[in-house]
Design a protein around this ligand. Structure first.
Ligand code: PRP
Ligand code: URA
Length: 209
């Protein structure tokens, strides 16, 4: 399994509201948060667990636990920050690292400007966060930076993926699992996802009217 697309009518309903250009910033943020929580649950569906004996009020059982210290959540600035609240809803003790990237508007190539991780990053598993997987250039670059620091296990969570972005990541980094709320039709000439939802960063941070 290299990609997982949420296939659910309630998710489709929420995506419809998210895509609507008349949706308010407040509602846009809330839906990004909800979908990020859902994606986080999917990303943890099959992760390693350990067992611990506990007493319920009724009996003794062997319960499953995840070692959350093994995981670091990494939003790609800026728009990935919009997914943090949703992650915290699912994992309130989450550890975070940050990668700063923006797309050069003409070439669409990613430009690196920030990289800040916990010191023992090479032994951790990474959940990379960015709402948009368009050409895939930003995700491919971010994953490449993490691998240069010794990271081996990476899952990428996005709200909207394009077929081109999926292919780019799967070609450059076939070991990375991708989770998306929607797989859209394609890209326009400016590298925006169609139908997409526009500029995710601008809509999350209310930097355009
Ligand atoms: C957006 C988005 C991704 C990138 C996706 O960021 O959040 O990081 O574009 O496009 P790609 O797959 O073609 O690389 P943007 O460059 O607009 O920066 P911002 O989040 O700071 O607004
Ligand atoms: N970045 C966005 O925010 N939206 C797109 O459609 C493509 C890249």
């Amino acid at each position: 399994m290299k990609e997982y697309i949420l296939n659910n009518s309630l998710v489709s309903h929420k995506m419809g509201v998210l895509r609507d250009k008349n949706t308010s910033t407040k509602e846009f943020r809330e839906i990004i948060k909800e979908l990020s929580t859902l994606l986080c649950y999917e990303a943890f569906r099959d992760v390693e667990t350990y067992e611990r004996e506990i007493d319920t009020p009724m009996s003794k059982i062997t319960a499953k636990r995840i070692n959350m210290d093994d995981y670091v959540f990494v939003p790609i600035l800026r728009a990935g920050l919009g997914m943090m609240d949703g992650i915290l809803q699912a994992v309130p003790t989450a550890t975070f690292g940050f990668i700063g990237l923006y797309r050069n508007e003409e070439t669409l190539d990613p430009v690196e400007y920030y990289f800040k991780m916990p010191s023992d990053i090479a032994r951790r598993n990474i959940i990379l966060l960015d709402p948009m997987l368009a050409t895939g250039g930003s995700a491919v670059n971010a994953i490449g930076q993490l691998k240069k620091h010794g990271v081996k296990d990476i899952r990428f969570l996005c709200i909207v993926a394009s077929p081109q972005g999926l292919e780019a990541v799967q070609t450059a980094h076939p070991d990375v699992r991708i989770y998306a709320a929607s797989l859209d039709k394609g890209l326009n000439d400016q590298g925006y996802i169609i139908p997409g939802l526009g500029d995710a960063g601008d809509r999350i941070f209310h930097t355009v009217d």
